[in-house]
Each structure stands twice: as structure tokens, then as C-alpha cells.
Design a protein around this ligand. Sequence first.
Ligand code: GLU
Length: 280
Amino acid sequence: MNREELMAGKKRIVVKIGSSTLTHAETGDMDLVKMERLVRVLTDISNCGKDIVLVSSGAIAVGRKTMKITERPKEKSVKQACAAIGQTRLMMVYQRLFAEYNKIPAQVLITKLTMINDINRRNARATFSELLSMGVIPIVNENDTVVTDEIEFGDNDTLSAIVAALIHADLLVLLSDIDGLYDDDPHVNPDAKFIEEIDYITDDLESMAKGPGSDVGSGGMATKIAAARIANDAGADMVICNGCDMKNLRHVLEGRNVGTLFRAHKNENFHLIDYLTKEH
Ligand code: GLU
């Protein structure tokens, strides 16, 4: 199936945006123009009758900026305090931007512990389903304020794939600060080749996904490949594309050749709970 046909059939879409895409690199302040464009595109997709879930990072980055903490905090309590401060600010901005377009957002904070618990997981799934049937756009983040080092997702690439699996989404789009997957680190190797499509994630591919995470977010390419494995196994296609221009998100959904597409290959042996309880 070509990309246009593939994307035309998508009904339930999870979009993940990272901290480095949401904030200005120079100052760490929120990039309001980008957020406004993201909200407009998401509202438009929702208005087409599709279910949309946004997984948004940025709580710690925004909290850090608010408290004028210039270095990435090492201490857990400082990070958790920043998350508490930043999360409400972030939601306040989303709330205002969505209100411009008469769209209702909702906040869903998730922890790994609650996802492991059968009752919590079922409740979360039912809540998502209810929100989506109301035409609301859930905005998800990890509940960074209460997680422990031992039991956390740590990065929202993984979290967004878990959410996609939980709600049986058929597409996950990761808005990144890079165009997609290359066969080598393009920051180091100018000859690195861009990969448009991946049919199956091999171990070789995983080792290819090098390159450190950025200063504000937690996910490098390795966490994106791990996310693709979860999403693809759960039956969702995944696209990594550059979030610097929100046109890319629209183009992905129109089926244009933007970003790297990881094709779904539903694995009947994939059970979310097994993944969540396995050591990684
Ligand atoms: N949950 C973190 C935050 O909102 C971000 C995790 C990540 O960068 O992937 O600040």
C-alpha cells in the first residue's frame, strides 16, 4: 500500500512533541508560534473526525525556565519540582491556544506503575475512549512529579508508543528535531543517508540509531526506534518527522513522503503488560 492510501485510512492518531521542539534553543522559552501551529493542525485533524491524542513533553524544561535554573537538574527533587511547575504552565498555554479554535483539551498524567496495574490500565483506556468520543484532545505526559528512578518511562518517545498501544491507535507521529532516520549520525557524518521507510526493525538498525539526546529532552534516536518497535508490534504505523515546521505533520497525514515511516506488523504475541513488566 502506498503512503497516501495508508494515511487515508488512519482514524486514531497519537502525536508526540518533544521539549526541544516546543522551546527556543537560544533561551529555553516556549516557542509559542510553533505551539500555536501545532494546536491549529491538531484541531483541524480532529475536526476531520479523527481521534487525536497529543503526548507533550516540556514540563521539566518549562519549569526549569520559570525558576531560572540554567543547568539540566541532576537532583531528582529539583527535577520533580520543575515538572510540577512546568506542567501547569504548559497546560495553561495549550488551554488558551485550543480555546482559540473552540477545541477542548484534557490533561492525562501517566506513570509506569499505573500502567502496570490492571485496574488502572483499564480505567485509563476507558477514559481515553470516553474523551475521544467527546471530541476532546487528551494531552498526555508522564507524571514526572511522583515517579521514581526504578519505575519510570523516562522519555516520552516510549510513553507515546505505550499510549498508542493502549488505545489501539493506528498511527504514531513523533515530531522531532531531526528529519527522520539516517544510516549514520548526520551531525557527525555529512554523507549519512536518509531512510524513508523501514519495514522491519532489526538489531542492526537499533545499533545504527546512535547520537546523544538533546540538552532539553530525554530521547535520542535509540528511544525512537524502541518506540517504533512497540508501536509496530501493537499494530500502529509510526513516522518520525521534523517538528520545526508543522506543515510536516499535515504532509505526513496527507501521505506525502515526509519523515521516516516504520510500517506496522502486528505481532499477536505482543501484550502491553508483558512489555511494561520486562526489564529494559
Ligand atoms: N516528561 C518530561 C517532561 O515533560 C519529558 C520527557 C522527554 O523529554 O521525553 O519534561
